[in-house]
Design a protein around this ligand. Sequence first.
Ligand code: AHG
Ligand code: MN
Ligand code: MN
Length: 338
Amino acid sequence: MSEKHRFMTLGRHIDEGEREHPEATGDFSGLLSDLAIAVKMIWREVSKAGLIEILGATDRQNDCGDEVKKLDEFANETIYRAMDHGGHLCVMASEESHGLISIPDKYPKGKYVLVYDPIDGSSNIDANVSIGSIFGIYRRITESGPGTEADCLQPGYKLAASAYVIYGSSTIFVYCTGDGVHGFTLDPSVGEFLLSHENMRIPDRGKTYSVNEGNYGKWADGMRSYVNYLKGTDGSGRRPYSSRYIGSLVADFHRNLLHGGIFMYPGDSTNPDGKLRLVYECAPLAHIVEHAGGKASDGIRRILDIVPKAVHQRTPFFIGSGEDVSEAEEFIQGRRNH
Ligand code: AHG
Ligand code: MN
Ligand code: MN
């Protein structure tokens, strides 16, 4: 860590980033600072989830058919209430909300759009396994007034910023505004996120792969061949990769960002588009991984080039070290079988 970056708080880092853009109005800094407050409030509940009535499930399902956990609901509500009145946003979209989330009439409309997965890895909450939150921020494309679906359905290459939080043994906020990927670790004793991972870069190739092999029987041949190749069961004699799968996308992604490797959630015979959602899971993480030197695709197309047709649209997802993702694409596209 460079000297000048000791005790660098997230807020100061955001402000310094803003100062490098003379045309900036401070609006963006305000948005990210409001988001950091929401994340700290979620951390506070996550860190004591076992002690208060916030574990377990509600009796609801969300639009994606997932069982909604109480923490999903709490986090969704917390982000909405932290972000709806600052005047930075014109509309929001969340995994846990059916349609678009409007900014109440009584509050000013801003020039940004927030899409988010309030809690990622919900099925792990009760088991005390790391979970996360994922955020994407776009500039609005409509002129004024309440934001629209068109504002939320922009391709990922138009992201102004992306961020994720991992609530684990420590809580880390990782964000990218187009000028590198930077991670901040929460110091609970002062309630500040302090710069801990400056200019994160993912290794060109890793030694681990992350996928739910329980779906092996439903995969297409190319996917099976690729995983057999990674495991060395294709007779190639190459050193096999290790399997690492937490079942929380953010946790699997964060490990691969630090150490290299590939995370996969392919389509299969029952879910041709896989399980993960393009707008508020895959595109923000693809934005981060590309700015860290990695790659993200649906097996054929670059994730950031896909124009969403619906907020809860799913996509097959391959993300991580560039050489690993390119190799996976060769197998998925049938250009290679060992
Ligand atoms: P969410 O909790 O936001 O619905 O996301 C869960 C996702 C993702 O975090 C993880 O990689 C994947 O579900 C795990 O799915 P499987 O249990 O099917 O492997
Ligand atoms: Mn998720
Ligand atoms: Mn979720």
